[in-house]
Write a protein that binds this ligand. Structure first.
Ligand code: ZN
Ligand code: ZN
Length: 154
């Protein structure tokens, strides 16, 4: 069984435990993974709560949930994660399906540790595209340029 974030653990043991507060994220990577999974389950409150105070907007909860209900998350690719004592960086690619189109979100996120808790500070987008010869992010096993499976996936 796999968690939404891609690790070989159940959601309950992996990101679910961080989202529910049962477990605290030990590093920026764990927090980032839990935030990705929160997007998958459309948990806007957690996404707002896990951001730094400066970037915590209660009004975003509904907007995030609305957005999540209209897309289907396909996968997370973690590209880089590093940390110092009080801050860290995670670079990732996340893929989702929106109106039968696969959207690639390539982001470099900044995390800050405040009172012993890692929080998401902000992210910057990196312009990237899915290469035609890459395997399709929908998981069909076909090359992206040839894949039509995700067109009927939802
Ligand atoms: Zn996970
Ligand atoms: Zn596909």
């Amino acid at each position: 069984m796999k968690c939404f974030c891609g690790l070989n653990k159940s959601f309950e043991e992996c990101c679910g435990a961080v989202i529910s507060g049962e477990k605290i994220a030990l590093n920026p990577e764990e927090l980032m993974r839990s935030r990705y999974s929160a997007y998958v389950i459309a948990d806007g409150s957690y996404l707002v709560k896990s951001a730094t105070k400066e970037h915590r907007y209660e009004d975003d909860i509904l907007l995030i949930e609305e957005f999540c209900k209209n897309v289907k998350w396909l996968k997370l690719e973690l590209l880089h994660a590093s940390q110092n004592e009080f801050d860290g960086i995670v670079e990732f690619k996340a893929y989702y399906l929106e109106n039968s189109e696969i959207v690639l979100l390539h982001e470099r996120s900044d995390f800050i540790k405040s009172d012993g808790i890692w929080e998401y500070d902000k992210g910057s987008f990196i312009n990237s595209k899915i290469e035609r010869n890459d395997l399709c992010p929908c998981g069909s096993g076909l090359k992206y340029k040839k894949c039509k499976k995700h067109l009927i996936a939802y």
